[in-house]
Structures are given as C-alpha cells and as structure tokens.
Write a protein that binds this ligand. Sequence first.
Ligand SMILES: *[C@@H]1O[C@H](CO)[C@@H](O)[C@H](O)[C@H]1NC(C)=O
Length: 336
Amino acid sequence: MLALALEFMVVLLQVAWAVLAAALRWLVRPKEKSVCGQVCVITGAGGELGRLFAREFARRRATLVLWDINSTSNEETAEMVREIYRELDTQTEGPGSEEGSTFQPQVYTYVCDVGKRESVYSTAERVRREVGEVDLLINNAGVVSGHHLLECPDELIERTMVVNCHAHFWTTKAFLPKMLEMNHGHIVTVASSLGLFSTAGVEDYCASKFGAIGFHESLSHEIKASEKDGIKMTLVCPYLVDTGMFRGCRIRKEIEPFLPPLRPEFCVKQAMRAILTDQPMVCTPRIVYMVNFMKSILPFEAIVCMYRFLGADKCMYPFLAQRKEAMNNNEAKNGI
Ligand SMILES: *[C@@H]1O[C@H](CO)[C@@H](O)[C@H](O)[C@H]1NC(C)=O
C-alpha cells in the first residue's frame, strides 16, 4: 500500500512536469529537427494546404512523394517543388553552404485515390520500390460534401467518411510496419477544429474528423505502449482555413474581425513548427484549445447560447446555400 502511495506521488510529479514542459514550449521554442534527405509522403498534395506543406518540406531538402487524385494539380505542386530545389542548388554554390547540402532531394508524384484502399496499398508498394522507405507521412487529403444532411446524396456522405477518416487507416497500415521496425518515423494527421467541436450542417465532415482524431489518439497510445519512442505523432487542428473549402461560411460580423478565417500559409507554418519539434498536437489559433475545453465542461445548452451569440450556430448555412446555388447553376447549364 505504501508502495502504491509512493508511486502515485511520483506520477503526480510526472504529470506536473509534463504540464510544465508543455507550458515551457510556449515560451522557449524547442529546436527544430532536420528532415534533410528524409522521404515525406503528402496526401492531397494538389490541394492548397498539401501544396504549402510540400513547399515547406522542399525548402528543408526533404524528398517529396506527392499523392493526389488529380494529376494536373499534383504535377503543378511537383513543379513548384522542383523550382524550390533549383533555388536551393544555386544558393549552395555560394559561400556559407550548409553541411549536408550536397544531398540532392527529388520529387515523385503518384495519382492515388486515398478513399480506395487497393489504390492506397498499390501506390504505397510502388513508393517503396521506386523511392524507398517513408520517414514522414502527412495525412492531409480531405473533402466536404457541402449539403444539408437530408439533401445530401448518400455517396457524398460515404465519400467524406472514406477520404477524411478511413484513408488514415490504409496509409498507416501501409507505412507504419517499416517505421516500427526501424523505430523511426512521423505520422501527421491534418484534422480540423471541427474534429473537436461541431456546428450545424456539416455532419459528414464532423463525423469524419472526429473519427480521424479518435484514430490518431488511439494510434498514439498504441505507439507509446509499444515503447517505440522513435515514432512521432502530430495532430493538426486548425480553425476554418481560407482555402475555399468552406467558402461562404460566416460567423457574426462584429465578431469576425477577431476570428477571421486562417490564412493557409499561417496554418501550415504553425503545423510545420509543431511537426519539426515533435509536438503531439497543435490547434490554430490558440482559442481552439479554449473552445474545446469549454465544450467538455459546460452543459450543451450553455454552448448553444454561446454559439448563438457568436453566430457560430448557423455559420455554415451561407456556405451550404452557395454550394446549392452553384450546383443548380451547373445543372441548368448542363441541361439536367
Ligand atoms: C484538377 O486540377 C486542375 C488544376 O488545379 C483543376 O483545374 C481541375 O479542375 C482539377 N480537376 C478536378 C476534377 O477537380
């Protein structure tokens, strides 16, 4: 019994230390790790966030493996990455070139539908053959149906679930075994604040992002339990990002200046900082932590009152209306 009490005291100290260490990270920025020469897979690399992640990793001389369902936009990202590699080359010819800068990073592109597990597994196999083992996996691909639940075609709901949630299972199953074997790797889940708390009209999106976060957390615990401390996990939860994915989404206009949509560049910069310092989770802006905390302690009705005050209760409605209008126009044009 005494032993148990002693052990509990030690745990309390460990908990206090973990809290202190997390707080200290806010003040003292930990050193960023090098990803030079590491192989980095990014899903949804043709999208705006995926492209920005690719640029950030390219600047740090990572070898990039870009996945997207759209080969055109994926190739555009690859071209940007090549441009960055070329710039790095010309820089290193001058004086003061860094150590390890002789490494020639490369970019590879693959057309892959992450919503189809055969597509994920066969593409992963090709990556292993053509590029090698993967050091970083950035699960970034994401979609939203943009319809009210009762008006949404079932296929679109399923699509959101498979791309935003199930895909994480397939990519992880494809790349984690080698990471475990080498006790080295990093898996990043690009989720959303809508995976922590929700609002009306985005049932498919919230369900898929809550799912992705549940997956990420359980996997993080499993890796801790396996004592593979060389494998890192980072969960990225940004508030609404200004990528056009939720174009039209509006909170109360007096409040909006205090909580504008995030610039995609800012969102990715914050995420990169967290990834490169092995931070387990990053919410941008920080108020997202606060809302998440309040949601877990306040009664539902209290949250509803606050949402109403902030105009967050129906913030998705203009977005859904815009989507509907765009679709109707399309149908009219195509004579359906
Ligand atoms: C694929 O990407 C290109 C370039 O970004 C874009 O113009 C096109 O609409 C995309 N195709 C689909 C089916 O989304």
